[in-house]
Design a protein around this ligand. Structure first.
Ligand code: PLP
Length: 376
């Protein structure tokens, strides 16, 4: 198998698996129990919190463990809306992940006004549009760090500064940025930041939300006193331990990540754009993650090409894995290139450090042959 879909999910690292195992077997206590067999697990959870905090440059008390980034995203926007009943305006963008967009659509049915900022042909946002959209009743701006389909990077520092200056909360879905670009919440005035473990070699079903110390928060999931009352529910100790280890590994790998992955991505992209005349890049050439390439093959339906690639053992995707079962074309590429077939004819390739030049050459060979075949 040649796996070129790391923005969808990543394999669990062996080191992560190993540190988790005892918490599935011997150490199965409940951290809230009074006796030591359970309560000692509190220390284990706090160590993982420190590891995640370290990766983001935050204080451990600013990290809330969640079940996934979908929950983190919902929780952040929910918390912001709880701050002031008069403030019922949310700003986001048309290219956010469904975990933000679907939640915003529901909020609209509950009387919340939502502004969806547009992007240009390259997937970039205009700061002037954000500036113009902020109104007296705006409570939160929710914008992603890096787009999952194109890898395009939003100017989070500028967005954060603007939000701060205008007294609006800023939530950032940083799911695709974690482990790929440096993140330091001491330098970026973000109020809430979401991440999920399975994008950086922890298991699925564990995420976190960074909540700045003085930023308002109220629980989305109410219940017991776990997570200092910020999220009810018995802590998922093994997965929390795994997330902590994955955060530690991501931090260690980060300095060498781009230098390893970008040349491979560039080789793939160059090979496609130079060798396949119907290919066209989606997304800004430089303001983009080093691992992601989103290409439209004009005249070739994504689904047909993906099927044939799969038969050759090559895994890629035609957009977000979360929307794979829908008939809709990519909302991201559609927003960038409306009135073209680009969104139905695109493939996302997303690499990781385990990929090799042999993977790239094999994928290029298949792509050249299969696109020619499908074009007839
Ligand atoms: N946000 C972005 C940008 C993503 O790519 C994803 C995962 O596909 C999510 C949020 C949701 O993550 P999870 O599957 O952990 O809920």
């Amino acid at each position: 198998m040649i796996y070129l879909d790391h923005n969808a999910t990543t394999p669990v690292a062996p080191e992560v698996r190993d540190v988790m195992l005892p918490y599935f077997t011997e150490e199965w206590g409940n951290p809230s129990s009074s006796y030591r067999f359970g309560s000692k697990l509190k220390t284990v959870i706090e160590k993982a919190r420190e590891q995640v905090a370290e990766l983001l440059g935050s204080h451990p008390r600013e990290i809330l463990f969640t079940s996934c980034a979908t929950e983190s995203n919902n929780a952040a926007i929910h918390a912001a809306l709880k701050t002031d009943p008069k403030k019922r305006h949310v700003i986001t963008s048309v290219v956010e992940h469904s975990s933000v967009l679907t939640y915003c659509k529901t909020l609209e049915t509950e009387g919340v006004r939502v502004t969806y900022l547009p992007v240009d042909r390259n997937g970039l946002l205009k700061i002037a549009d954000l500036e113009a959209a902020i109104a007296d009743d705006t409570v939160v701006v929710s914008l992603m760090w890096a787009n999952n389909e194109t890898g395009v990077l939003f100017p989070v520092e500028e967005i954060a500064q603007l939000c701060k200056a205008r007294g609006v909360l800023f939530h950032c879905d940083a799911v695709q940025a974690v482990g790929k670009v440096p993140i330091d919440v001491r330098k970026i005035a973000v109020d809430y930041l979401s991440l999920t473990g399975h994008k950086f070699h922890a298991p699925k079903g564990i995420g976190a939300l960074y909540i700045r110390r003085k930023s308002p928060f109220s629980a989305l999931i109410e219940g017991g006193h776990q997570e200092r009352g910020l999220r009810g529910g018995t802590e998922n100790v093994p997965l929390i331990v795994g997330l902590g280890k994955a955060a530690e590994l991501a931090q260690k790998k980060l300095p060498g990540y781009d230098a390893k992955v970008r040349p491979l991505r560039d080789a793939l992209e160059r090979g496609i754009l130079e060798g396949i005349p119907i290919a066209e890049l989606n997304g800004h050439t430089t303001k983009r993650l080093g691992n992601t390439s989103n290409i439209t093959f004009r005249g070739v339906e994504s689904e047909a090409l993906l099927l044939l690639l799969d038969q050759e053992g090559i895994c890629a995707s035609s957009g977000s894995a979360c929307l794979m079962d829908s008939e809709e074309p990519s909302h991201v590429v559609k927003a960038m290139k409306p009135n073209t077939g680009a969104s139905r004819q695109m493939i996302r390739f997303s690499l990781d450090t385990a990929n090799t030049i042999a993977d790239i050459n094999a994928a290029l060979g298949s792509l050249r042959r299969l696109t020619q075949m499908l074009r007839g």
